[in-house]
Each structure stands twice: as C-alpha cells, then as structure tokens.
Design a protein around this ligand. Structure first.
Ligand code: UD1
Length: 389
C-alpha cells in the first residue's frame, strides 16, 4: 500500500484535497492510503469545517492548530510541526496543493528530510514576486519530485526554469517527473454543481435573480492592505452597480472584513453602506459559491480559484489584479486584468455586459485526480528511491 501524507491549510486546498480523497476512496482504496494533515492556517468554521462537511473530505488525522500570524512566524511554526508528523508517518510521498504558506511549509519540511514531494497545481507563475503566493509556488516546484500542472502554460513555465518535460523514472528531487493533468478544481465543479443547486439557498436568501447579479470576492493582501487599492475597488463597485442598477454579492473573506472600515475613506464606506445593490455577506460555503458562480452575470475577483470556476461555468471575469497566472482565461478573452483601477473596472463591466466571450476547454476533462493517482502508482520515486527517512 502506497502511503501519502496530504497537507492542507487554506480554504482552496481543502477543496482541491476533496477531489483527490474522493478519487482515492472510490478507485484506489486498496492501493493508496492517505493521511490528512491540516495546518490550521484557516480555522473559522466558514473558512474550513464547512468544506469538509459539504464535500465529504475525511476529517484530518492531524490538526496542527497553527492559525494566523505574520508570514515568517506562521510558516516557521508549520515547518516545525510538519517535520514531526512526516517523520512519524514515514509516507512514500507528501502531497501539496497550490501556493499558500501551508504549501511552502510542507515543501520545505518534507524535502529537507528527503521525503519526496508531489506538487499539484505546479508551474503557475504570475511573474510578480511581491505576491507571497509566487514565492511559495516557486519553492514548492523546485523541491518537488512529481509535478502536476493544470495547464499547458504551467508546463511551459517549468521548462523555462530548467525542468525536463520528458524526464523518465525513477524520479528524484534532482530528476523530477512532470505531468500535465488538467485542473483538479474542475473535478469538483463538475461533480458538485447539481448537488450544490439542490442544497443551496443563497440566491433566495439574498433575493438574487438568476443571470442578473455580479459575484465579487476580494482577499489578496495587496488589495486589502493598501487603502488606495481597496478604495478604488469599492468605489468602482459603487459606481457600476448604481449606474446599471445591478446587484452585486460579495462574500467577504475575514481578512477583508476586518480591515474594511479602517482602510476605506468615510465617503466610500458610507456609499457602499447606503447602496441597496451591494450585498456584503460572510464567506460562502463551497455549494453556495458554486451556485453563485453558475447563476451570475459575471464575476469580479482577485482569487485564482474563483477566476477558474468562473471560466468553468462560462462566466466572464474581471480580474482585480495587474496579472494572472491563469493566462488562458485572458488569452481567450474571457477575463480582463483591470488591477485596482476604477475606470478599468467600470469599463470591463460595460464590455462584458454587452459581449459574451467563448470558453474553449483549457482546464482538462475534470478527471485530474484519477490521473494523478494512476501516475503516482505507476511512478517509481517513492520510498526507497528518494527517501532516507
Ligand atoms: C491564504 C493564501 C492565499 C489564498 C487564500 C485563500 C497565503 C500566503 N495566502 O490567504 O494564497 O488565496 O488563503 O483564502 O497562504 N482569517 C480569519 N479566519 C480564518 C483565516 C484567516 O479570520 O479562518 C483572517 C486573519 O485575520 C488572518 C487573515 O485572515 O490574519 C489572513 O489569513 P491567511 O491565512 O494569512 O491568508 P489569506 O488571506 O487567507
């Protein structure tokens, strides 16, 4: 039996892990054993537990309870505790998703004690190292033994950094294996879309009409923590919703809620309070998010995951960043990077109100998790090849 230690911590990782755990349970249960470790990076019920409940992710075998702190303090605490767990569990592989501080901590902890790392969602680059996620993903890719890329761009980025896309097993950290597998989030969107529609009441509860509202999410630290940027985003939201009389629902990340009043000017803050079209609600569950994405007019977001889910449901997306690592969305004309510019956001909204883009399938077939499991089983490179632990 092959043993995986899967490390999760932030909301999007619980979602991605759901697809992998489901594939293991349904198709590989006698061949792959999975130990789940939650770092505790996200800890509020609506940022963590609700995703386990809705998506049937097994309860973590370990919860490290690290919580929020500065980057250094949080990452260091995770590395210390993850090292202990990995030594204790002696897995064949340590599985990491995406680009959060939990990903960084797992990659450093495992690779330094010679346990091979699998990076799911490898190769993404924003080419903006002022974002913590860019540093996290680069480190994880460069310590990994097996790298699974969601897009062809991901593969190209790795090749540009010296990875060999044709390398053959046995794989090691110095001779890693690269696989293009499609996006593991698509597995979940396809699997849960109808279930979510039957369970969620978010549209009724917020009096939203199908096809007639915008979904927005804002949580990146360079949007929330720089007052000029946060003001510009909310100013634009106020302007475009008043002009068009369109509702917008904003399930707000706790990072943003905590800082909203402090970082917005009195004028912007009171204009959004008095705008009947702006509905600010607590972080939405996975099912509620899927229903909002599926039924909205368009999406406005600085989240990577929400950008992709918008594309899966064929909705145009206004990307509140200067660049995106999901370049296919912009290349296909389904997304516009507006950054935090008031005029850019309003212009993009007007553009997508009258133009319906196309959405060619660039994120695979929704079977990434099964592909990953098969590759792991076929691949030499686990215990005995690359592991001294
Ligand atoms: C993290 C990831 C980001 C990912 C996002 C998904 C890093 C560097 N960033 O950002 O890539 O897109 O998760 O949501 O890892 N907080 C709570 N309750 C919680 C969790 C967080 O109140 O359950 C608040 C705390 O004030 C905390 C702040 O949110 O300080 C930021 O949380 P943190 O986990 O550091 O980063 P995210 O912004 O969530």
């Amino acid at each position: 039996m092959l043993k995986l230690v899967t490390i999760i911590g932030a909301r999007p990782q619980i979602i991605k892990a759901a697809a992998l755990s489901r594939a293991i349970r349904n198709n590989f249960s006698g061949r792959i054993e999975e130990i789940i470790v939650h770092t505790g990076q996200h800890y509020d019920d609506n940022m963590s537990q609700v995703f386990f409940d809705e998506m049937g992710v097994p309860e973590p075998n370990y919860n490290l309870g690290i919580g929020s702190a500065s980057h250094g303090r949080q990452t260091a605490a995770m590395i210390e505790k993850l090292e202990e767990v990995i030594i204790n569990e002696k897995p064949d592989f340590v599985v990491l998703f995406g680009d959060t501080n939990s990903t960084l901590a797992g990659s450093v902890a495992a690779s330094k004690i010679h346990f091979p790392v699998i990076h799911i969602e490898a190769g993404l680059r924003s080419f903006n190292k002022s974002m913590p996620e860019e540093i996290n993903r680069i480190v994880c890719d460069h310590t990994a033994t097996l790298l699974f890329t969601p897009t062809k761009t991901g593969l190209k980025n790795l090749v540009r950094e010296g990875f060999n896309s044709n390398s053959k097993p046995p794989f090691t950290q110095d001779h890693p294996g690269l696989f293009h597998c499609g996006d593991i989030m698509l597995d979940n969107s396809l699997y849960f879309a109808d279930i979510a529609e039957s369970k969620s009441r978010i549209l009724e509860d917020n009096k939203l009409e199908r096809g007639r509202f915008i979904l927005a999410t804002i949580h990146r630290e360079n949007n929330t923590d720089i007052p000029e940027r946060l003001n510009a985003i909310f100013h634009a939201i106020h302007e475009l919703t008043s002009e068009s009389e369109t509702d917008i629902i904003i399930p707000l990340h706790p990072r943003t809620s905590k800082i909203l009043k402090q970082n917005l000017t009195h004028d912007v803050y009171s204009s959004i309070q008095n705008n009947k079209h702006i509905k600010i609600v607590p972080p939405a569950s996975f099912f509620d998010t899927l229903v909002l994405e599926k039924n909205c007019l368009m999406v406005m977001t600085d989240s990577g995951g929400v950008q992709k889910e918008a594309y899966f449901f064929q909705k145009p997306v206004i990307i509140l960043r200067a660049e995106t690592e999901w370049v296919e969305i912009v290349e296909n004309g389904a997304g516009i990077c507006t950054d935090a510019g008031i005029e850019n956001v309003v212009k993009a909204y007007r553009y997508f109100s009258s133009f319906i883009p196309v959405f060619p399938p660039v994120f695979g077939d929704g079977k990434a998790a099964e592909f990953i499991c098969r590759q792991i089983l076929q691949t030499e490179g686990g215990r005995g090849v690359n592991s001294s632990g």
